[in-house]
Design a protein around this ligand. Sequence first.
Ligand code: FE
Length: 236
Amino acid sequence: MISGMDLKALFSIQYGLYIVSTKADGRNNGQIANVVFQVTSQPAQIAICLSKNNLTHDLVKKSGIFGVSVLEQNTPMKLIGTFGYKSGRDIDKFEGVNFETGPAGCPLVKDNALSVMEARVTGVMEVGSHTLFVGELTCASCLKECPAMTYEYYHQVKKGKSPENAPTYQNVSGQPKKVEEKVTMKNYICNVCGYVYDPSVGDPDNGVAPGTPFDKVPDAWVCPVCGVGKDQFTEE
Ligand code: FE
């Protein structure tokens, strides 16, 4: 008999990384989500799961529409940071972002997206801290062919951390193992968002070559996820 409760088992479930978007009261908003999946093919319906703490959640409830952008593997941390670690209560996340509107009026983010789709809500299920929304597609479009970002890749290679409102957030030990590690250079962690600067990886998206130790990273460099300065990092 298998008993016990090793929550690390949950890490073996595979997810992607998506931007879920909506528009309500004339306001565009969106967030990073990793729980998006197809539930039926006829009609084509997909489901999303959003934290009740997030503004996007409230706006989807209001509008009854949502969009999904499937992110590509080399999506820069900056885009993930904008949609994942900042709140639409403070900023317009769509400023400077390339998007188009779907037939139901939802803004669909095209930057770094393999595909975009829009859905009208057909079912809502309360699941404690989160709400599961099911929606029937109103449009779907393939934008480019390349590997999709998986949640595993995001954690292991991009060194991303789950926002606390992600359904899969785990406040337990058992983080995925590092892909490679150089003992001579230390990792530094962002005190604000948990992004880890790994010298062997650098931050090529922002001009820091792999192999750059943290003290050689330019002073003007900021956390690629949340935007704070180097002084907010501590040795991991
Ligand atoms: Fe950060």
